[in-house]
Design a binder for this molecule. Structure first.
Ligand SMILES: N[C@@H](CCC(=O)N[C@@H](CS)C(=O)NCC(=O)O)C(=O)O
Length: 214
């Protein structure tokens, strides 16, 4: 099995965290910047996005579809709660990371350079991000895992998103955006070696990216 990956991608990072948590040995194939927009890549994934899973010639795009597929094909350990209400809550937490956190984070990332910054876009981004973090504060447990006593797909999505909250906020003088439960959760989840590995990979990839941009 292969995962077409970029260490800095929050979408690929959530799949890597799932692979680590489940002990699935997949080959990580690094896709260079722009590499998803080649004819060869588009044959596997016409959406031209990272990640793509290759399971023996079965090519699957979209991180959430990949993650559900991996749960179906590798059921243990399960990262989906069995209780219907807990499973539904996992999907809410996942969507908060996937849509409500990542959308303003990408918008803010584009405004990182003070020389070309649009103050209105920054204000809108910080407002949306704060609102999403407020919703997360409502739903998250505040313990080691986003919900319950073991890792779920929600943790896989939240860890990369919260890494970017911590990394991007300071560009705009916002180093304290997380509420107390989210902050406690993000600190505690990093005692899980698989989460810590993903945070470390993201940190290295971001440092490399900043060096290239400088
Ligand atoms: N909905 C997709 C989003 C994937 C995505 O946007 N990946 C980014 C990397 S962070 C990408 O491939 N960007 C390349 C581009 O759009 O040119 C998923 O969940 O996999």
């Amino acid at each position: 099995m292969k995962l077409y990956n970029a260490d800095l991608s929050p979408y690929a990072s959530r799949v890597r965290m799932q692979l680590y948590l489940k002990g699935i040995k997949a080959e990580l194939v690094a896709v260079a910047a722009g590499g998803s927009h080649t004819a060869e890549y588009a044959k596997m994934n016409p959406l031209e996005k990272i990640p793509t899973l290759d399971d023996g010639g079965f090519y699957l795009p979209e991180s959430s579809a990949i993650m559900e597929y991996l749960e179906d094909t590798h059921p243990t350990p399960s990262l989906r709660p069995t209780d219907a209400k807990e499973r539904a809550k996992m999907r809410v937490l996942f969507n908060i990371a996937d849509q409500y956190l990542l959308t303003p984070l990408f918008e803010l990332f584009e405004q990182a350079n003070p020389a070309t910054r649009d103050a209105k876009k920054v204000d809108a981004g910080i407002t949306d991000l704060s609102k999403a973090l407020g919703a997360l504060e409502h739903f998250v447990s505040g313990g080691k895992y986003a919900q319950g006593s073991s890792a779920t797909l929600a943790d896989c999505a939240l860890v990369p998103a919260l890494f970017f909250v911590g990394a991007i906020g300071p560009f705009f003088g916002q180093s304290n955006l997380m509420g107390p439960k989210v902050k406690a959760y993000y600190t505690a989840i990093q005692t899980d070696p698989h989460a810590a590995k993903v945070v470390q990979e993201l940190g290295t990839a971001l440092a490399d990216y900043m060096k290239q941009g400088a």
